[in-house]
Design a protein around this ligand. Structure first.
Ligand code: HEM
Length: 188
C-alpha cells in the first residue's frame, strides 16, 4: 500500500520518527538520572532497572535509526515551500543530519561502552551481543561513556533547535511543513 502524500514521507517513516522521538525523550532523563544515582553510589533495584531499561531502549533506537536512514536513502523526501528561505532550509537540513549522526554515534558508543565494561545485561534477563572488536577494559569503557555523555548533551541542544523549528512551522508559519511528519494530517 502506498501511504505517501506527493513525494512525502511514508507512513512507516512517520511512525518511526515518533517512536524514536518518544524513546529518546525517555532515554535522556533515564540516562542522566541513573548516572546521578551511580555517582551517589546508590546501587539498588531502581538504579539497576534504570540501567537495564536505558540499555534496552538505546539498543532498540540504534536499529530503528538505521532503519530510518535506509528508508531516507531509498525514498524521496518532501521539499519545503518557497516561503522557507535558503539559510533556514540549510539550518533545518544540517540539524536533521546531525541528529541522525548523533543518534547512531551515541547508541554505538553506548553499546561499545557496555561491551568494554562487561555490562551487557538488559531487561528480561537478556544479554546484548558484545560489539565485535571491543576489548574488555573498564578504563576504556569509562572514556567511551564520557564521550557518550557529552554527545548526549549536544543532542539535547540540537533537539531543542529541531523542536523549536517544527513548532514555529506549526504555530507561527502555518505552512504545512509540520504535516510532513504528522500521523493524521496529509502534506499540503
Ligand atoms: C541514542 C540513544 C542513547 C541516548 C540518547 C543515550 C543517552 C544517555 C545519557 C544522557 C546518559 C547520561 C550521561 C551522563 O550523565 O554522563 C547515558 C549514559 C549511559 N548510557 Fe546511554 N544513550 C543512548 C544509547 C545507549 C545504548 C545503546 C547503551 C548500551 C547498550 C547505553 C548505555 C549507557 C550507559 C551504561 C550509561 C552510563 C554511563 C556511566 O555510568 O558513566 N546508552 N546515556
Amino acid at each position: 500500500m502506498d501511504t505517501r502524500g506527493t513525494l512525502g514521507f511514508s507512513a512507516t517513516q512517520r511512525w518511526l520518527h515518533w517512536i524514536v522521538a518518544m524513546l529518546v525523550l525517555i532515554l535522556l532523563p533515564i540516562g542522566f538520572w541513573m548516572v546521578d544515582r551511580a555517582e551517589a553510589n546508590i546501587w539498588d533495584g531502581l538504579t539497576g532497572t534504570l540501567y537495564a531499561s536505558h540499555k534496552t531502549f538505546g539498543f532498540i533506537v540504534l536499529w530503528l535509526v538505521i532503519w530510518r536512514l535506509i528508508l531516507r536513502a531509498t525514498n524521496t523526501a518532501p521539499d519545503y515551500p518557497d516561503s522557507v528561505s535558503v539559510p533556514v532550509r540549510k539550518l533545518a537540513k544540517t540539524t536533521q543530519w546531525l541528529l541522525y549522526s548523533l543518534l547512531v554515534a551515541i547508541a554505538l558508543l553506548g553499546w561499545a561502552g557496555v561491551t568494554a565494561f562487561g555490562a551487557l545485561n538488559i531487561l528480561f534477563g537478556i544479554n546484548l551481543p558484545a560489539m565485535p572488536g571491543i576489548p574488555a577494559d573498564k578504563e576504556f569503557a569509562k572514556e567511551i561513556f564520557a564521550i557518550h555523555g557529552w554527545l548526549a548533551v549536544a543532542l539535547c541542544v540540537l533537539l531543542f533547535l529541531h523542536v523549536a523549528g517544527a513548532l514555529k512551522h506549526r504555530l507561527v508559519d502555518h505552512d504545512g511543513v509540520f504535516n510532513h511528519m504528522s500521523l493524521t494530517a496529509r502534506d499540503k
